[in-house]
Design a protein. Structure first.
Length: 118
């Protein structure tokens, strides 16, 4: 059973930074691509970033490109999301997810709240 546990959320002022972590357990973490998603109140969940199994490639939503960086440490079974220059519109619950070989995200963490004040 795959378990994903996010941490690092909190309250920050606009322009500030946070680093989210997602610790994985249950199977070979390094074999799978990982993604970060977010969901703001009253809105649908949206894609934020994805990183390949090796960490060699990453992809970002346009809304966070240049401000957020996804990375992973396969030795620690952890994926990170470094968030800089935060904006109030970045306020959301952020969740990590494991991507299967079919492309679907089958396993999800419980999420961590990020609140950016203006």
């Amino acid at each position: 059973q795959v378990q994903l546990v996010e941490s690092g959320g909190g309250l920050v002022q606009a322009g500030g930074s946070l680093r989210l972590s997602c610790a994985a357990s249950g199977r070979t973490f390094s074999a799978y691509a990982m993604g970060w998603f977010r969901q703001a109140p009253g809105k649908e969940r949206e894609f934020v970033a994805r990183i390949s199994w090796s960490g060699g490639s990453a992809y970002y939503a346009d809304s966070v490109k240049g401000r957020f960086t996804i990375s992973r440490d396969n030795a620690k079974n952890t994926v990170y999301l470094q968030m800089n220059s935060l904006k109030p519109e970045d306020t959301a619950v952020y969740s990590c997810a494991e991507q299967s070989s079919s492309g679907r995200y089958n396993y999800w963490g419980q999420g961590t709240q990020v609140t950016v004040s203006s």
